[in-house]
Design a protein around this ligand. Structure first.
Ligand code: UGA
Length: 442
């Protein structure tokens, strides 16, 4: 394989990770086939349509499909003849356990094996407990001698997934211990990522275990940073301090940095919550549970922030039964329709469960939220949700909610109380418009 030329690639799993990765590789000029067992998803993707909301994805899918660089199929035999095969399936939290469910990654590997040839490179992208790559490598090598496995964790953020995939801030290769195999895997990956590497993207070449750990360590650090500032919010609430100012002040220290220091209703999504739990579970298995024991605390602080938002609402409503509350936001963060472990949706569900008359809205996530919680009432717009509300709770910081005119909003509600679960509103202008404003830790 010569540097810079197109590689034939299969990507197994076309969810938030795989679909974006497949589209990005096609954008980089490679010939890509995306594979998934979900027929509906594949049917949409094959027409160049995104099965979920992700800025820029639809355009990149359409271009890929139109140029013929990008194909999708449910027939795994389409992987035959590809030189590189990405494993990009989900590793969600196991039901009734903190650990990760590895059934999809094992199933994906088994579905791929019949179509592998010696010399093919299988590349793991999914987030896995340390030790998984070794197991998969053995499985592959015993079925297809000469096929090798590399581990190449992904660091994309939903909402910026296309951009992050095309312009990653680092690339990590976890390579096999055998030198020839490592060289073959590295050559294939170098060719795939020729463009970002040429533009100076840092490359870290390491072993399987380190590559697997890099991913969970990064997400654990981010989760810890958020829970740290939320712990400061809890203390600020007691002493009357302002956690936003505190974050600004400590964030100016370059060693700390202001990013990921936004206190609020906490983190959610398909990654951070389940990754810290799976890391703790794996560390327990390895006998080093104490080393990451703080992650249990990170999780607990995070979940307490949801309770805090609910408590603020109830305190303000007095007799809260059947009182109408507008919940602004359902997605776990803006620019996404993902409601997996979403703090926003959780707050809406908890309030509803307590007898509050919840009317929830979101620019993108209503369909996903409704599928999981059909008992909730949904409004298509924020204006509709606000109309007649006794309290307003902002739990996903979409731009349009941040820009909402407090005067106009004041005219819609029955009672001007706003709980800013993301500390994203300008408290002074909301107060000036007659609102009782509550932030998180300020
Ligand atoms: C996260 C990581 O940021 C990515 O690097 C990683 O690749 C990805 O998980 C993954 O493992 O696939 P993502 O889940 O898309 O990305 O979302 P983040 O931007 O990390 O936000 C996670 C949650 O933290 C959101 O609910 C967000 O609202 C919350 N958050 C973020 C805060 O509460 N405060 C902050 O200051 C920042």
């Amino acid at each position: 394989m010569s540097q810079g030329s197109a590689v034939r690639v299969s990507v197994i799993g076309c969810g938030y990770l795989g679909a974006v990765h497949a589209a990005a590789l096609a954008t980089l000029g490679h010939e890509v086939v995306g594979l998934d067992v979900d027929q509906d998803k594949i049917a949409l993707l094959a027409q160049g349509e995104a099965p979920f909301f992700e800025p820029g994805l639809a355009e990149s899918l359409r271009t890929g499909v139109q140029t013929g660089k990008l194909r999708f199929s449910t027939d795994f035999s389409a992987a035959r003849g590809c030189q590189v095969h990405f494993l990009a399936v989900g590793t969600p939290q196991l039901r009734g356990s903190q650990a990760a469910d590895l059934s999809f990654i094992h199933a994906a590997t088994e579905s791929l094996i019949p179509y592998l040839r010696p010399g093919d490179v299988v590349v793991g992208k999914s987030t896995v407990p340390v030790g998984t790559a070794r197991e998969l490598a053995d499985k592959i090598a015993s079925a297809v001698p000469g096929a090798v496995l590399a581990w190449n964790p992904e660091f994309l953020r939903e909402g910026f997934a296309v951009e992050d995939t095309l312009h990653p801030d680092r690339i990590v290769y976890g390579l096999p211990a055998d030198e020839d195999e490592a060289e073959a895997a590295k050559a294939a990956l170098d060719q795939l990522y020729a463009e970002p590497l040429a533009s100076g993207c840092p490359l870290i070449v390491t072993d399987y275990q380190t590559a697997e750990l890099v991913k969970v360590a990064a997400n654990s650090f981010l989760a810890t940073k958020i829970s740290f500032i939320n712990a400061m919010a809890e203390i600020s609430e007691v002493v009357g301090a302002d956690v936003t100012k505190l974050a600004d002040a400590i964030g100016h220290d370059q060693r700390i940095g202001r990013k990921f220091l936004n206190a609020g209703v906490g983190f959610g999504g398909g990654c951070l919550p389940k990754d810290i739990r799976a890391f703790q579970a794996r560390a327990d298995e390895l006998g080093v549970g104490r080393s990451v024991g703080f992650l249990n605390e990170v999780d607990a602080i995070n979940l307490r922030r949801r309770e805090r938002v609910v408590e603020l609402v109830l305190t303000n409503l007095g007799d809260y039964q059947r009182k109408r509350v507008a919940v602004l936001g359902l997605a776990f963060k803006p620019e996404s329709d993902d409601v997996r472990d979403s703090p926003a949706l959780d707050v809406a569900v908890r309030l509803h469960g307590l007898g509050v008359d919840v009317v929830a809205t979101d620019p993108q996530a209503i369909a996903n939220a409704r599928r999981l919680h059909p008992q909730l009432d949904f409004a298509a717009t924020a204006e509709e949700a606000l109309s007649g509300a006794e309290a307003v709770v902002l739990v996903t910081e979409w731009q349009q909610y941040q820009k909402f005119d407090p005067q106009l909003a004041r005219g819609l509600v029955a009672n001007p109380v706003v709980i800013d679960g993301r500390n994203c509103l300008d408290a002074a202008s909301w107060r000036a418009a007659g609102w009782t404003y509550f932030g998180m830790g300020r």
